[in-house]
Design a protein. Structure first.
Length: 280
């Protein structure tokens, strides 16, 4: 069974650019590059990963693609383009020349709540399906209604929800998040990543049981064929080591069939992103 980490990041730390890494996250205020991740993947029997954008720049997308060309365990890149730019097609032409470019993400969680409903944004995302590209939805709970509207407007576009839309795990609040997740999951063009959960919990005291109510919701709503595991490394390190993030989901999924576990930990990501699993 091929195992894929569907969500992680690389960066060369820049204090001016990376202001989102706050004082309480100082553990990740440094460079994180492929030589840092590769031994972690090997130790945890993970065969490859998908590198996801963390900066809103074309240069970062080029940086990630260059890393992917040079490190075979990076199986795909979810980059960034300016969805509202008149030059979006030129950017997509550039990146689609790279076989490892598989999708696009924008940090919509930092935008106005209606960002994903704006006509210029919808128009930009509408450019992706015709090129076979995916779109990662990065939002917080209050923006779920906009994601539902977006997925309804673009039924041919493949979407994946990152980090379960960041439910309020630390505060043990589950509504209205649960109802909105169920509504979003009724759109068959939407998948969901089991990623970013530990950083929504109490960083220093969380237990697997704190995550279970939220995992129960997405497993019931999406089913194991539309879920994929992702570590959110290195961001996860502020709350847990890679091994504990993985083990928590492995333990939760232990009741699934072998086939369903294979889908959750690899096959769904391969299919969704169209990953080409290069061999040495």
């Amino acid at each position: 069974m091929t195992r894929i980490d569907s969500h992680q990041h690389f960066w060369r730390y820049d204090a001016a650019r990376d202001g989102w890494i706050t004082d309480d996250m100082r553990a990740i205020r440094r460079d994180f590059l492929p030589p840092d991740l590769e031994p972690v993947l090997e130790a945890n029997r993970i065969d490859g990963c998908v590198a996801v954008q963390a900066d809103q720049s074309l240069d970062e997308t080029r940086f990630l693609l260059d890393l992917a060309r040079r490190h075979r365990f990076i199986k795909g890149v979810v980059g960034w383009v300016d969805l509202r730019s008149p030059q979006i097609d030129a950017s997509l032409d550039e990146f689609c020349a790279e076989p490892l470019f598989c999708g696009v993400r924008h940090v919509a969680q930092a935008e106005a709540d209606d960002f994903l409903e704006r006509e210029d944004v919808v128009r930009g995302i509408g450019r992706l399906a015709r090129r076979g590209l995916t779109y990662d939805i990065l939002i917080v709970e209050r923006q779920l209604s906009a994601a539902i509207a977006l997925a309804s407007r673009l039924p041919d576009q493949r979407f994946v929800l990152d980090h379960l839309a960041k439910p309020r795990i630390k505060d043990r609040v589950i509504e209205p998040w649960r109802g909105a997740i169920r509504e979003l999951a009724r759109r068959p063009n939407v998948c969901c990543k089991l990623s970013g959960l530990v950083t929504e919990a109490d960083w220093h005291h969380w237990q697997p049981g704190d995550l279970r109510p939220y995992l129960d919701v997405v497993f019931e709503a999406f089913g194991p064929d539309r879920l994929m595991w992702g570590s959110d490394w290195p961001v996860c390190l502020v709350a847990a080591p890679y091994e504990r993030v993985l083990e928590t989901i492995v333990e939760y999924a232990s009741a699934l069939s072998v086939t369903e576990q294979g889908a959750l930990f690899g096959r769904n990501a391969e299919r969704f992103y169209g990953l080409v699993l290069r061999q040495d």
